[in-house]
Design a protein around this ligand. Structure first.
Ligand code: M6R
Length: 612
């Protein structure tokens, strides 16, 4: 959480920093600030509230400096306030620091520094960092060219937790030092200028040549070069990677919200995720070269992820078990980490993450690796932390997802995981050629079927107008439709703040049916033709108790008795979640719009959860 941006070059830093922060607001948006060096002094402007508030701060327009750091905050330690906003400085106002992450031992460090005469003005964990740097810098000989770097390194070695940090100092007004550990940070190489950010969209308008930092790598940044050092401050070489994303991918392109744009981008996201994987006789997935001999030894697959990514995993479990005949367990990363999971070298562990930066998912991956399992990361962001930890990395090609509520990443994840299941089944010979061929055909037609499904938008909008004031909404599904209901319910909660639950239809009568009351809205998803009758009888049970039903189905079911029936195209059962989720995404979106809520930045949430 929190987004950081930095600039060093010949242009004015402030407008670039603010523009960059706006692109990173999805990471946190309760306060923002920038610090630049003007006339050899650090000037810091910051306040509570959105990034756009920064423009109203006196003095912002007159900043001319070509070096600066900036931050948009998602509060962890200390409430949102001007004082707690970043950048933070040391007691002598010599250094300015922005930080994304959590310093777990900040209380201890604060005490130590207080005993040395340091004073603190904020409630944040971050404020210890500039003061620690000050503490170590005072021990250095200033004429030593590595004095500042060494002071920062020594300070970082005292920190426990996660951090991506940018530091500027009035002692070195034309230089910046950045470092990361378990929080993302990238450097964009320009012509006589360099850009720093937590995530690619912030620097996409300027460059596509990116350096990715690994844990405990320090970058000493000048306007015309970047020097890299390891933990021991030995110089290391790093190459840039070229990012293919278009800069317009990170803009709204005429849509009122990123979420709606991203819902409509799903045909392209799924098409690009399929890419060339199905072009040849045998399925090929770039980055995934697993031998038959190895796959044959696997007796269990774990799928681990958080939130929406985990729900994509629940769908994939059914596909993998069916096609590959290997038991699959799906677990939330934050639980998996502490459950002492039964893992050995016969376990294959798959980690799904749009951002590739989710702290719990990364920690869960490291755990499985340490117990001997092979690990696969399924990520959307190239070069993200998880892809650098995993044994194998495969990418969804959804493009940048900016809205906090995940949409196109989810359908791309199901797409990639289905391809992976087919690939394993092909290698293992656990599924018939016909079944794989039929799935291939259906997958290739998904982009068109998504386009067709999107045509329900107007009817969903009308339905949203009828129910936007509801207090509770239930989602019911069986089999392959159950995880879709969980995801549909999560979408509704996170952007409309309506209480909602997703249930397996058959489970309802074991308790939750007590909540069904006259007039309550129930969304039912029915796409598995073998389960239609059973699902319909569960729906009947709630209708009898007064529920209004929105039915999403690809079957020929009569509308009679339902408040609304939305027909979606038919496809292979294992791919139907990709289509069934679309009306549910649109439903949440339209309810949030009707309620005049901040669709792209719902309260209390951040796009990437980079803290535990
Ligand atoms: O970046 P990740 O896929 O690892 O993120 C996982 C979850 O935080 C994420 O899916 C979250 O649940 C979304 N806000 C859901 O829309």
């Amino acid at each position: 959480m929190c987004g950081i941006v930095g600039y060093i070059g010949d242009k004015k830093a402030a407008p670039i920093l603010i523009k960059g922060l706006e692109k990173l607001e999805y990471r946190g948006y309760d306060s923002a600030g920038i610090a630049v060096i003007e006339n050899n002094e650090i000037v810091t402007l910051k306040d509570k509230g959105r990034v756009k508030n920064l423009l109203k701060i006196d003095g912002m327009e007159s900043l001319n400096s070509g070096i600066g750091i900036a931050h948009t905050r998602w509060a962890t330690h200390g409430k949102p306030s001007a004082i707690n906003s970043h950048p933070h400085s040391d007691k002598d106002k010599c250094f300015a620091v922005v930080h994304n992450g959590i310093i777990e031992n900040y209380k201890e460090l604060k005490e130590k520094l207080k005993n040395e005469g340091y004073t603190f003005i904020s409630e944040t964990d971050t404020e210890v960092i500039p003061n620690l740097i000050n503490y170590y810098y005072l021990k250095e000989k200033k004429e030593d060219s590595k004095a500042l770097l060494r002071a920062i390194r020594n300070a970082c070695m005292d920190l426990m937790g996660s951090f991506a940090i940018e530091v500027i100092s009035k002692e070195k007004p034309n230089e910046m030092i950045v470092i990361r550990k378990d929080s993302p940070l990238i450097i964009g190489k320009g012509e006589n200028e360099n850009y720093i950010a937590s995530d690619i969209p912030a620097i996409l308008p300027y460059t596509r040549n990116i350096y990715f930092l690994d844990n405990y790598e320090f970058a000493y940044i000048y306007k015309d070069r970047v020097d890299f050092y390891n933990k021991n401050l030995e110089p290391i070489k790093k190459e840039t990677k070229e990012i293919k994303w278009d800069s317009s991918d990170a803009e709204k392109d005429g849509f009122p919200h990123f979420m709606l744009k991203e819902i409509y981008e799903q045909p392209r996201a799924v098409r690009e995720t399929i890419g060339t994987t199905l072009d040849n006789d045998k399925i090929e997935i770039e980055g995934l070269e697993l031998e038959r001999e190895y796959l044959k030894t696997i007796n269990k697959i774990y799928i681990v992820a958080c939130g929406t990514a985990m729900y994509a995993g629940l769908t994939a479990r059914k596909t993998i078990e069916h096609l590959c005949n290997i038991p699959v367990e799906v677990e939330v990363a934050s639980e998996f980490r502490y459950n002492n999971p039964l893992i050995d070298e016969k376990t294959l562990a798959i980690y799904i993450s749009q951002s590739g930066e989710t702290a719990d998912t990364i920690a869960a991956l490291k755990l499985a690796k340490s117990k001997g399992a092979k690990t696969i990361a399924v990520a959307n962001v190239i070069g993200s932390s998880i892809t650098r930890e995993a044994d194998y990395s495969v990418y969804t090609h959804a493009g940048p997802e900016i809205a906090v509520a995940s949409t196109k990443a989810y359908t791309s994840q199901i797409t990639m995981l289905t391809i992976m299941a087919m690939h394993f089944a092909e290698i293992l010979g656990t599924s018939s050629k016909n079944e794989i061929e039929e799935l291939k055909k259906c997958l290739l037609s998904m982009p068109e079927k998504i386009e067709e499904t999107l045509k329900v938008a107007e009817r969903i909008k009308e339905f949203a107008k009828k129910i936007y004031n509801e207090k509770d909404v239930f989602f019911l599904g069986r089999g392959i439709d159950y995880p879709v209901c969980l995801e549909g319910s999560l979408k509704l909660k996170e952007i409309t703040y309506i209480h909602s639950e997703g249930y397996a239809s058959g489970e309802l009568k074991h308790g939750p049916i007590a909540l069904i009351d006259n007039g309550i809205t129930v969304v039912s998803v029915i796409t598995d033709k073998d389960l239609v009758e059973k699902s319909l009888s569960n729906v009947q049970e709630v209708i009898t108790r007064g529920a209004k039903i929105l039915l999403i189905t690809n079957q020929n079911i009569e509308k009679k008795g339902f408040e609304e029936l939305i027909k979606i195209p038919e496809t292979n059962k294992f791919l139907s979640p990709i289509l069934a989720i679309i009306p549910l995404q649109l439903l949440s979106y339209n309810i949030a719009v009707e309620k005049k809520l901040d669709v792209d930045k719902p309260r209390n949430l951040a796009k990437s959860v980079t803290v535990e």
